[in-house]
Design a protein around this ligand. Structure first.
Ligand SMILES: CC(C)(COP(=O)(O)OP(=O)(O)OC[C@H]1O[C@@H](n2cnc3c(N)ncnc32)[C@H](O)[C@@H]1OP(=O)(O)O)[C@@H](O)C(=O)NCCC(=O)NCCS
Length: 454
């Protein structure tokens, strides 16, 4: 029996509640919980999130992350609120994204808006009503002069006056606070050694802080969904080089490009992962962190560097990866001639000239399906995420070919696929051409993953 409130327990026992589903879900989340305990996440959101009434739900989710041992630094923006203050005081100036000349009056408005939002956030973290997600939560929020700023200066003849750039982040003080389980809250203001305050861009501040802390994650909660694929789905993982290429090509909408630029910069400077996550989706932070594919776009350093299409020169190395698994019955035997014929379907993982993994994609265009075959990581390199990397890459290759459903046949790896979003199917779910070619005596399990709606 748990210590949960009786109401909560009875909810789990309610008719129709799939207890097994709950347990499975909880267990699926466990690896992420273990992986992220003690890691630092910088979560940044604009004043638009507060304006949209999404603050309370976000605070509840962040409190949960904090209680799971994730060290949190929050950076809030206040642009719409500053603009409102300016309007109320009869000024015509309005702030847009990014750098903005800030005169003395605008700085006062920025201070007032930041103060108001900070108090609202602190109040939200102080909730603890029974029967809410904040029940029993005791979250300490700390703010302070953690950021030294310098004046941005004069650009194209325009003096930006009280608009500043981050000069230094007091990393020791931030670590001291987060290691003692406090959440640090930073407003978009910095202070100079002359004792002046400067208006900062929230995105620049968050990026600088994440880089200084060498954060595990920088998460931007945005109005945009993230980077979209041509078929209208979200591109859930982008290598930084690809993000930069998209930015150079100018193919993205303005909002997405704006945040992606900072995400890319953060990753280039050592942040492990940077995310664009839509705040319009309730619980998006939890979904992004605790589900395999997430709901937004994650930018990573060029982890795909080790991945490349196979060539005929790789056939020998592919065969030596496959052979032991053919011998023990894990994989269907494939003669050299078949590998040579199909080598273009293979992708290999190579490091320092050593081929240590491979996978092949066999498309069935008329069914908008493809088979993922020969997914192998050499035993010495297993369990370090390489299998995952290969799978994501093959999924991206399949998507690019218009594949809607990816399937794999396996005798020993069912759980690995299930954990990565595959569901068990039957022979009749496969393309007819594959159905007739299948070796029924192997009694392989069939797993299918839907890559895009449709
Ligand atoms: C399946 C395979 C490619 C995974 O490669 P990998 O680099 O170890 O994968 P990842 O690092 O991304 O994942 C490792 C996790 O998967 C788990 N895992 C590995 N093989 C598994 C299996 N057969 N069943 C269930 N889970 C498995 C590991 O225990 C590890 O879990 P952990 O992170 O909780 O410790 C690799 O195990 C392999 O080459 N297997 C033999 C070939 C095969 O069966 N291919 C699939 C059919 S085509």
């Amino acid at each position: 029996m748990s210590d949960l409130e009786p109401d909560t327990v009875s909810a789990l026992e309610a008719p129709g509640f799939a207890a097994a589903q709950f347990v499975r879900w909880f267990r699926d989340v466990a690896p992420y919980v273990h992986a992220f305990r003690g890691k630092t996440f910088v979560v940044a959101f604009g004043g638009e999130l507060v304006q949209a009434g999404a603050l309370n739900a976000l605070v509840q989710d962040l409190s949960l992350l904090s209680s799971l041992g994730i060290k949190l630094v929050l950076v809030h923006g206040s642009r719409p609120q500053v603009n409102e203050q300016l309007r109320l005081k009869g000024y015509t100036q309005q702030f847009d994204r990014g750098m903005a000349p800030t005169d003395a009056a605008a700085l006062e408005c920025a201070k007032e808006a930041a103060g108001e939002i900070r108090l609202d956030i602190e109040a939200a973290f102080s909730q603890g009503l029974p029967n809410t997600p904040m029940s029993n939560a005791r979250v300490r929020v700390i703010s302070g002069n953690f950021v030294t700023a310098k004046p941005a200066g004069v650009f194209d003849g325009v003096d930006y006056q009280h608009f500043g750039l981050v000069r230094k982040v007091d990393v020791d003080a931030l670590r001291f606070a987060t290691e003692r389980h406090s959440i640090v809250l930073l407003s978009p203001l910095g202070f100079s050694p002359t004792g002046d305050a400067f208006n900062l861009a929230m995105e620049e501040l968050a990026t600088s802080v994440a880089v200084a802390l060498r954060a595990e994650k920088l998460i931007f909660l945005t109005e945009t969904q993230g980077v979209m694929n041509d078929d209208g789905t979200v591109d859930t993982e982008l290598a930084r080089v690809d993000a930069d290429a998209m930015l150079t090509a100018g193919s993205l909408d303005e909002d997405t490009a704006f945040f992606l630029r900072y995400a890319s910069l953060a990753v280039k400077r050592g942040v492990a992962r940077a995310h664009l996550v839509p705040f319009t989706l309730d619980g998006s932070v939890l979904l992004e962190i605790f589900t395999h594919d997430g709901v937004g776009t994650m930018v990573v350093e060029d982890t795909l560097d080790d991945l490349r299409p196979a060539t005929l020169d790789d056939v020998g190395a592919i065969l030596s990866l496959i052979e032991p698994l053919e011998t023990d019955g894990t994989l269907v035997p494939r003669p050299r001639s078949v590998i040579e014929r199909d080598v273009e379907r293979f992708t290999v993982l190579e490091h320092d000239g050593v081929i240590y993994g491979c996978a092949a994609l066999y498309p069935y265009p008329e069914n908008q399906m493809a088979e993922l075959a020969c997914l192998i990581v050499h035993p010495e390199w297993q369990s370090t995420g390489e299998g995952d990397l290969l799978l994501r890459h093959m999924e991206a290759r399949a998507r690019a070919l218009g594949v809607k459903r990816l399937f794999a046949l396996t005798t020993r790896t069912s759980h690995w696929f299930v954990k990565r979003g595959f569901v068990q199917g039957g022979v009749t779910d496969l393309p007819p051409q594959k159905q007739s070619a299948i070796n029924k005596s192997r009694n392989s399990h069939i797993f299918i993953k839907r890559l895009a709606s449709g």
